[in-house]
Design a protein around this ligand. Structure first.
Ligand code: ADP
Ligand code: MG
Length: 148
């Protein structure tokens, strides 16, 4: 499980976004990507870089208040249909199930990014990708995963 486990220190928001962009190149469709870590640790910043790398234009803001944001891609990257950016900070497992979680994760042409996966751990599928974010100081974050 800890094979290829890496800890990366980023020194700016831009570096964290760039790391997100590098992960975007590894997706094949059907991934559930779990971004764990405290408030301000860089999960949304990472997601912005991830989505930009896939060609998403315009504002990419935190889904904290809307729970789920859905991005469709103009270009057909891997024929992906939807990228869902989910923030479970204010909700729980049942809310996600009510919002169509099972259908979302069953479609291999979807990619799902979850902030606060700890809050819905019971419904995260086996084989989900996990990344841990740690706030070190004002400008540095430690980002740990076996995915990089
Ligand atoms: P989260 O979604 O985990 O709550 P955000 O990405 O929304 O975190 O916020 C991270 C904040 O920290 C942003 O204001 C960003 O500019 C700032 N920041 C400073 N240094 C970094 C870094 N190395 N990586 C990511 N964000 C950073
Ligand atoms: Mg966030």
């Amino acid at each position: 499980m800890f094979e290829n486990f890496k800890e990366i220190i980023t020194n700016s928001a831009a570096e964290t976004a760039k790391l997100g962009g590098s992960l975007a190149l590894k997706i094949k469709g059907g991934e559930v990507i779990c971004l764990a870590g405290d408030l301000g640790a860089g999960k949304t910043t990472f997601t912005q870089g991830f989505l930009r790398a896939l060609g998403v234009e315009g504002a990419i803001t935190s889904p904290t208040f809307v729970v789920i944001k859905n991005y469709t891609l103009l270009t057909s990257v891997l024929e992906l249909e939807n990228i869902y950016h989910i923030d479970t900070y204010r909700v729980g497992e049942q809310d996600l199930l009510d919002l169509g979680w099972e259908e979302m994760i069953a479609n291999k042409k979807n990619v799902i990014i979850v902030e606060w996966p700890e809050k819905i751990e019971k419904i995260i599928p086996e084989g989900a990708w996990w990344i841990d974010f740690n706030l070190l100081n004002e400008t540095q974050r430690k980002i740990s995963s076996n995915l990089f």
